[in-house]
Design a protein. Structure first.
Length: 247
């Protein structure tokens, strides 16, 4: 059982999409794919004149921005990825966390800021994903989730969503695939990181911005029972020695 998280920055790169689809097609069993779409969200917010704000790599999401998040993640990003997989002969289906209440969440509380409609997942309907996998179909999941109390859509960080899905499915591995080969320190990939080392690299500004929620999500997945979590690029996705392994 494998969960693959795809960074949103890669979804407008046809070569990346083709390479990813080929790599997924070569897998013996269908994985679950969770994707982001941060770059496209930011681009559309700029076009619409909507202000942008991030706190520790998390996108502050008011009601106006939530509409954009849904349009991009559930519409543009999800269907771009689904189309690329279908073109390579991969049977797949696009979903969001709202569909079937797949990803149930609560409002995320932050000590210094109101993040708006930003959620943290508290339940995953793993049996729904498992039924799809049993049919040899790849679920492609946009991380827009549904509030367990108010049934309102929430923006959930895709790294955190992937970690929650991997934990719920008792996945053997969780790969965060982006445009970097791993966690970089002075230009070199850190091969292994634990909680203490991660915090030290955050405190010294080696790990910054969007990499913060990524490493925290990977660490949380491992602590929840996922056998292995890695931060890796597409070239290293099917090479278990590549990337940064979180221990």
């Amino acid at each position: 059982m494998r969960v693959i998280k795809i960074g949103g920055n890669e979804l407008d790169n046809p070569e990346f999409l083709a390479g990813l689809a080929a790599a997924v097609k070569d897998l013996a069993e269908p994985p679950v794919i969770v994707h982001g779409g941060g770059k496209a969200i930011a681009d559309l917010q700029t076009k619409l004149g909507i202000s942008r704000e991030k706190v520790e790599g998390l996108r502050v999401t008011n009601a106006e921005s939530m509409v954009v998040v849904q349009q991009v993640l559930i519409g543009q990003s999800n269907k771009t990825l689904v189309t690329a997989l279908l073109a390579a002969g991969v049977d797949c289906i696009g979903l969001s966390g709202i569909d079937g209440q797949l990803l149930q969440c609560q409002k995320m509380q932050h000590p210094t800021a109101d993040l708006g409609y930003v959620g943290e997942i508290i339940n995953v309907r793993a049996e729904l994903l498992q039924r799809i996998l049993d049919m040899k179909i790849v679920p492609v999941v946009a991380p827009v989730s549904i509030g367990i109390e108010d049934l309102h859509p929430y923006n959930v960080n895709a790294d955190s969503a992937a970690a929650a899905v991997a934990a719920a499915l008792n996945a053997e591995s969780l790969d965060f695939v982006s445009n970097v080969p791993g966690v970089l320190n002075a230009g070199a990939v850190e091969p292994n990181l634990d909680a203490t080392r991660i915090q030290a690299l955050i405190d010294t500004d080696v790990i910054t911005d969007g990499m913060i929620p990524k490493v925290k999500a990977a660490l949380g997945a491992v602590e929840s029972g996922v056998n292995q979590a890695r931060i890796v690029n597409l070239a290293g996705m099917n090479d278990l020695a590549a990337g940064t392994t979180i221990v």
